[in-house]
Design a protein around this ligand. Structure first.
Ligand code: SF4
Length: 212
């Protein structure tokens, strides 16, 4: 990465850690994805039950194999199973000890803004799993909720393509406002702050670009 861009991301990630800690999250700074991965694994004790939220950042961290093969009870939504069985794993995941997920946007006021196809990730971030660990590259930071919603709309075609959804945007690269069962952006969740269950949501801010 260009050293000036990196410097800017370092400043932004550090500033966001301060803002997020003031809003009741347990926020941490990480220099890069590897450092963030180490922090995630240190936060989760052996024998914990763990669920993952679908995200390009989680894919980049290659956590699936670690949780499959480690001393964890892993709610493995990445198996090749009929969709109704995957949905059952989504349901069980809501009682996990830890949900590890990326986020689609973090506002400068400390809001976490996320979009889902099924809603399982958004639901678990809001309530259910005892702890939530959110991994966010500095590229996810936006000015406010309006900008976050624009960001969500902009990245939706990439997420549709990544998840193999047959939607019009995977043909055009931009939203075609479809109304189809395969629509990728059915549910939007906004977490305003972390104060109700202070420290339940950890946010690891990474001083580089991760995910979309
Ligand atoms: S509404 Fe449809 S076309 Fe638009 S981004 Fe979502 S899935 Fe793609």
């Amino acid at each position: 990465m260009n050293k000036y861009r990196k410097w800017q991301y370092q400043m932004l990630a550090k500033e966001m850690v301060g803002i997020l800690n003031q809003k009741g999250y347990d926020a941490h700074y990480a220099e890069n994805l590897d450092e963030a991965k180490g922090m995630v694994l240190r936060m989760i004790p052996p024998a914990s039950s763990v669920a993952l939220g679908g995200s390009e950042t989680i894919s980049e961290m290659e956590l699936v194999d670690i949780f499959r093969n480690g001393e964890y009870h892993f709610f493995d939504r990445y198996q090749s199973l009929p969709f109704d069985e995957i949905v059952e794993i989504y349901r069980q995941s809501l009682l996990a000890d830890f949900l590890v997920t990326g986020t689609n946007a973090v506002t400068r006021q400390g809001e976490l803004v996320n979009v889902d196809s099924s809603g399982n990730r958004v639901a678990g971030m809001i309530f259910g799993p005892k702890r939530v660990i959110v991994i966010a590259g500095a590229n996810k930071v936006v000015k406010n909720v309006d900008e976050a919603l624009k960001r969500l709309k902009n990245i939706a075609p990439m997420n549709a393509l990544r998840n193999g959804h047959k939607t019009p945007c995977t043909e055009t690269g931009r939203c075609m406002e479809c109304v189809t069962p395969e629509r990728i952006d059915n549910v939007i969740g906004i977490i305003n702050h972390g104060m109700k269950f202070e420290g339940r949501i950890s946010v690891i801010m990474i001083a580089e670009e991760t995910g979309f």
